[in-house]
Ligand binder design. Structure first.
Ligand code: SF4
Ligand code: SF4
Ligand code: FES
Length: 815
C-alpha cells in the first residue's frame, strides 16, 4: 500500500495516497474544487487557472526537519498568492482553503476572464444543460462582466475537424483536454493548438481529419460545447434525454455504454436513440469508447430492418404469422433429422445462444458458431478468470499480443494494453507487420506468415524474450486471426494455451488466454460448446439450416451457393441481408437496443444490456423465436423471461455457475468520480448504476484437470512466381451488417483494398489508390491498392468483410 498523507481541506481532515493532487484529494473527500483543464485521467498542466485555492504548508525547522509548533499545532505558512489545486500534490499537514474570500475571488476572476471571449450561446449550444462552463459560471462566476459585449471575439462556429467531430472555435476555452487525451490516452497525436494568444485554435493535422478511432471521447471531456459529434450536433437538449444502460455489441471488449433516447418528431413520434455515451466500468472500458461503438448503432435504424415474419411461396417471400413461420421452420428441421444445422454468430446474447445450443442438443441437430477464429474451447479452459483487470497490470506482468492488431480489432484493449505497458508491464507484440502497439512494446517479434506457432513456442525457451516471459509473475496472451483461418488460429491458441499452462500462468487473476474474437459474444458461444467448421460450405449444402444473426451469403459466394443448394433455410436477423433474400423463412429479430440480455466479453465478463427503444414491427428477441420453433419440434425451452433463460444457463454451464441477473447488476464505487453532478470533473461519461457484470470462472481456476490438445499448424500455401500470398486481416470499419448501414461511417469504411509492400506494388506496376482486379481461390473482384512498408514483400493483405471473401491464406494474382 502506498504511503498515506493527511491534510486539511476546508477544515476537514483528509487522508489520501502520497502523490495525489490537491484537486483530486478534495474530490475524494466530497469537496468540489472547480476545474476546467484538469481531468483525473490526464497529466496535470495548470492551464486554465480555474482551480485557484489558498495553500498553506507546515513550517519546518531547517536544522531538525521537524514541524515548527505554534499554540500546540504545527505553524502553517500560506503562500502570498493563490495556487492551482490541480498541479500541487498533497503534503503532510498541508492546509487548503477552497472557498475563502481570496480563493473565491480568484475563481471568479478566472470565469470572468474566460467569458470575455466566449459566445455565451448556451440556449442553442449542444452542451447547454451538461456544460461545466455553464455550471461553474453559475456556481463561481461574477454574475456581471466588465467587458464590452461588442468587443467579443467572432470566430468560425462550424469547423469540421474530421467527418465525425466538429469544432466551434468561439466556444473553445483552450484547456487542451482534447489534445492531451489524444496524446496521452489514445496515443494518436492528430490534433493540436495552432496560432497564438487570442487566435489560438484547435486544428487537426492528420489526413483524413481527426484520424483516430477514439475521437468521440474528446467531446465527452471537452468542458464546453466546442467539440460535438456530427450525429448529435443540434440533435437534442441533454435534459430531454432518457438514459438506458447498454453494452457495445461491436467487438469482444464489451464496453459499457449509455443509450440516450428521446421521442422524436422526425421519426414520426417514435422514441429513438439520440447518442451513445460511455458508461463507467474501470474494469472494462474505464470512461472511454471507440468511434465504432459510438456511431455504428445507427444500423439499428437502417431502412432494411426486418419487421414481419416471411415465408417463401411461389418463389416470393410473403408475410405470414409468427405461428406459421415458426411451424414451417420446425417441420423442416424435424424432417431433416441429422441434417439439421444451426449456424449462429457471436452477435447474439448468451440467452439466445443457450436456447440455440439447447435446441441442437435436444434434437438431432448440430450448432456451429459463425466465426473465422478457432481455439475458443481453450479460452474456456485456460482463459482469464475472476479478478483479471488490465488496469491492475504493470511491472511483473507480461502481455503477449500475437496475430492481432488490437487498434483495429478491439480498440479499447489497445488503450488498456498500452497503459499497462506504460505502467511497466512487459509487452511482447508478435505480428508479421507493424501495428500501433509496437511503439509501447518491450519486444517486437516479426515472424513470417505461417510461423505463428513456432514463434509462440520460442517464448518458452531461454533467450532474451523467452526469459522475460518465463520470469514474469503473471502472463496474459491475446491471440487473434491476422493471416490465419480457423485451423491456423486454433493451432496458435493451442500453442499459447500450452505455454501458459506449462508455466503456471493459468487459474489466477491477470493470467490466461484471451481470444480477439470477431464478434461481441463469441466467447459466450464457446463457453456453451458451439463448434466452428473450416469448410462451412460442405456443412450447409443439402441441409436444413437455421441461420441466426449471420450473413454468410454476403460474406462468401461459395457459402451463398451452398445455401442455394440447402434443403431448407430459415434466416433470423435484425436486417434484410443477402442470406434472408435466399431463405425459405425469414424471422425478424429485435435489435439489442430494443431488448434485454447478456453478453460475455473476451475477458469472460458476463454483462447485462437493457431495452432503450420500442420494438420495431413484430420483431421478437432471438431466444424467444428459438423457443417458439423448439415448441413445434416438441422441445420445451424458456421463451418468455430472459432472466429465467440465464438462470437455466447458469445451472447448466459450469463457468456461469453462481451468476444471476441481480449479481450482474451489482456496482461498486469507482474512481474517478463521474456522473451528472460531477461532469465538470470527469466529463459527460455516465456513472454506472446498472451493473458492472461478473467474470466467469475458468476450468483451471476451478481446479479441473487441464489438458491442451496439440493442434498441428498446416503450412500456408506457397504462391507461384507470379502470385502473392493473400492473407486475411481485420479492419475496424468494415462492410458488415452492423456497420455498413451507419452512413456516417462510410468514409471510414471505404472500398475493398489490397495492401501491398511498396516494392511489391512497384514490381506489379501498380501504385497507391489504383483500382486493380484480383483473383484468388476462385474469387475475383476489384480492390484499391494501399501501401504498407512494414508487410513482407511477397504478401498481400485483404481486409475481411470488405467484399472480397477470404477465410485463410491463399495464393493471389493481381491483374
Ligand atoms: S476544444 Fe474543448 S477540450 Fe479542446 S481545448 Fe477547446 S475547450 Fe478544451
Ligand atoms: S472497443 Fe469494441 S466494445 Fe468498445 S466501443 Fe469500440 S467496438 Fe465497442
Ligand atoms: S489550472 Fe487547475 S483546473 Fe485548470
Amino acid at each position: 500500500m502506498s504511503k498515506q498523507i493527511t491534510l486539511t481541506i476546508d477544515r476537514r481532515q483528509v487522508t489520501v495516497p502520497e502523490g495525489t493532487l490537491v484537486a483530486d484529494a478534495a474530490k475524494m473527500a466530497g469537496i468540489d474544487i472547480p476545474v476546467f483543464c484538469h481531468h483525473p485521467k490526464l497529466e496535470p498542466v495548470g492551464m486554465c487557472r480555474m482551480c485557484l485555492v489558498e495553500i498553506g504548508r507546515p513550517v519546518r525547522d531547517r536544522a531538525t526537519g521537524q514541524f515548527v509548533m505554534e499554540n500546540g499545532a504545527p505553524k502553517i505558512q500560506f503562500m502570498p498568492k493563490l495556487e492551482t489545486a490541480c498541479t500541487n500534490k498533497v503534503e503532510e499537514g498541508m492546509v487548503v482553503l477552497t472557498q475563502s474570500e481570496k480563493a473565491a475571488e480568484g475563481q471568479k476572476g478566472t470565469i470572468e476572464f474566460l467569458l470575455t471571449s466566449h459566445p455565451l450561446d448556451c440556449p442553442v449550444c449542444d452542451k447547454g444543460g451538461e456544460c461545466p462552463l455553464q455550471n461553474l459560471t453559475m456556481a463561481h462566476g461574477p454574475g456581471k462582466s466588465r467587458f464590452i459585449f461588442d468587443e467579443k471575439m467572432r470566430l468560425d462556429k462550424m469547423v469540421p475537424l474530421g467527418e465525425l467531430i466538429w469544432l466551434d472555435r468561439e466556444r473553445c476555452i483552450q484547456c487542451a483536454r482534447c489534445i492531451r487525451f489524444q496524446d496521452e490516452i489514445a496515443g494518436d497525436s492528430v490534433i493540436g493548438f495552432d496560432d497564438r494568444g487570442r487566435r489560438t485554435q484547435i486544428v487537426s493535422f492528420s489526413e483524413p481529419g481527426f484520424d483516430s478511432v477514439f475521437s468521440g471521447n474528446t467531446t465527452d471531456i471537452c468542458p464546453v460545447g466546442a467539440l460535438t459529434t456530427t450525429d448529435f450536433r443540434f440533435g437534442a437538449r441533454p435534459w430531454e434525454l432518457e438514459a438506458h444502460a447498454s453494452i457495445c455489441t461491436q467487438c469482444p471488449v464489451g464496453c459499457n455504454t449509455t443509450l440516450n433516447t428521446r421521442r422524436e418528431a422526425k421519426a414520426g413520434g417514435k422514441i429513438v436513440v439520440k447518442r451513445v455515451m460511455p458508461r463507467q466500468n474501470e474494469e472494462v472500458n474505464e470512461i472511454w469508447i471507440c468511434d465504432k461503438g459510438r456511431f455504428a448503432y445507427h444500423y439499428t435504424e437502417g431502412k432494411k430492418r426486418l419487421t414481419r415474419p416471411l415465408a417463401r411461396k411461389d418463389g416470393k417471400l410473403l408475410r405470414v404469422s409468427w405461428e406459421a413461420a415458426t411451424k414451417l421452420a420446425a417441420e423442416n428441421f424435424l424432417k431433416a433429422k441429422k441434417n439439421f444445422v444451426i449456424l449462429a454468430s457471436g452477435r447474439l446474447s448468451n440467452e439466445d445462444l443457450f436456447n440455440l445450443k439447447s435446441l441442437a442438443d435436444h434434437s438431432e441437430g448440430r450448432a456451429y458458431l459463425y466465426s473465422h477464429i478457432g481455439g475458443g474451447e481453450l479460452t474456456s479452459l485456460v482463459g482469464v478468470g475472476e479478478g483479471t483487470n488490465f488496469a491492475k497490470m504493470g511491472a511483473g506482468t507480461t502481455i503477449v499480443v500475437i496475430a492481432s492488431n488490437l487498434y483495429e480489432e478491439a480498440p479499447i484493449w489497445h488503450l488498456r494494453v498500452k497503459q499497462a505497458a506504460e505502467r511497466g508491464a512487459t509487452l511482447i507484440v508478435m505480428n508479421p507487420r507493424g501495428t500501433k502497439l509496437d511503439r509501447y512494446a518491450s519486444f517486437v517479434v516479426r515472424y513470417a506468415y505461417g510461423d505463428e506457432v513456432k514463434s509462440v513456442q520460442e517464448l518458452g525457451k531461454k533467450g532474451r524474450i523467452g526469459d522475460a516471459f518465463l520470469k514474469s509473475e503473471n502472463a496474459v496472451i491475446l491471440y487473434g486471426s491476422e493471416g490465419l483461418g480457423i485451423s491456423g488460429s486454433a493451432a496458435v491458441a493451442s500453442a499459447c494455451a500450452k505455454l501458459l499452462n506449462d508455466n503456471g500462468f493459468v487459474g489466477k487473476p491477470n493470467n490466461g488466454l484471451i481470444g480477439v474474437w470477431g464478434r461481441a459474444n463469441d466467447q459466450g458461444a464457446w463457453e456453451m460448446g458451439f463448434e466452428v467448421e473450416e469448410d462451412l460450405a460442405k456443412v450447409l449444402k443439402g441441409k436444413a439450416v437455421y441461420i441466426v444473426g449471420a450473413d454468410p451469403a454476403a460474406d462468401d459466394p461459395k457459402l451463398a451457393k451452398a445455401l442455394e443448394g440447402a434443403e431448407f433455410v430459415a434466416a433470423q436477423d435484425v436486417m434484410e441481408t443477402a442470406t434472408t433474400e435466399i431463405a425459405d423463412v425469414v424471422l425478424p429479430a429485435q435489435a439489442f437496443t430494443e431488448r434485454e440480455g447478456t453478453l460475455t466479453s473476451g475477458e469472460r465478463r458476463a454483462q447485462r444490456f437493457y431495452p432503450a427503444v420500442p420494438v420495431t414491427g413484430d420483431a421478437k428477441p432471438d431466444f424467444a423465436i428459438t423457443s417458439q420453433i423448439a415448441r413445434h419440434m416438441g422441445v420445451i425451452l424458456e421463451g418468455t423471461s430472459v432472466s429465467a433463460v440465464f438462470d437455466i444457463l447458469a445451472a447448466s454451464v459450469k463457468s456461469f455457475e453462481g451468476l444471476n441477473y441481480a449479481k450482474l447488476a451489482e456496482v461498486k464505487p469507482q474512481w474517478p468520480i463521474v456522473g451528472r453532478g460531477d461532469l465538470y470533473y470527469g466529463g459527460t461519461t455516465y456513472e454506472n448504476t446498472q451493473g458492472m457484470g461478473a467474470q466467469l470462472s475458468a476450468a483451471a481456476a476451478r481446479g479441473e484437470k487441464v489438458s491442451i490438445p496439440r493442434v498441428q499448424r498446416e503450412a500456408p500455401p506457397r504462391p507461384k512466381e507470379n502470385e502473392l500470398l493473400a492473407v486475411p486481416v481485420t479492419k475496424l470499419y468494415d462492410r458488415g451488417t452492423t456497420v455498413l448501414p451507419a452512413e456516417l461511417l462510410h468514409e471510414r469504411i471505404g472500398d475493398a483494398s489490397l495492401i501491398l509492400h511498396p516494392d511489391a506494388a512497384k514490381s506489379l506496376g501498380v501504385e497507391a489508390g489504383q483500382a486493380v482486379n484480383v483473383s484468388f481461390n476462385g474469387v475475383s473482384g476489384g480492390a484499391v491498392v494501399k501501401l504498407d512498408d512494414t508487410i513482407p514483400v511477397g504478401v498481400a493483405l485483404i481486409p475481411r468483410s470488405m467484399g472480397l471473401a477470404i477465410r485463410e491464406p491463399v495464393p493471389l494474382k493481381v491483374k
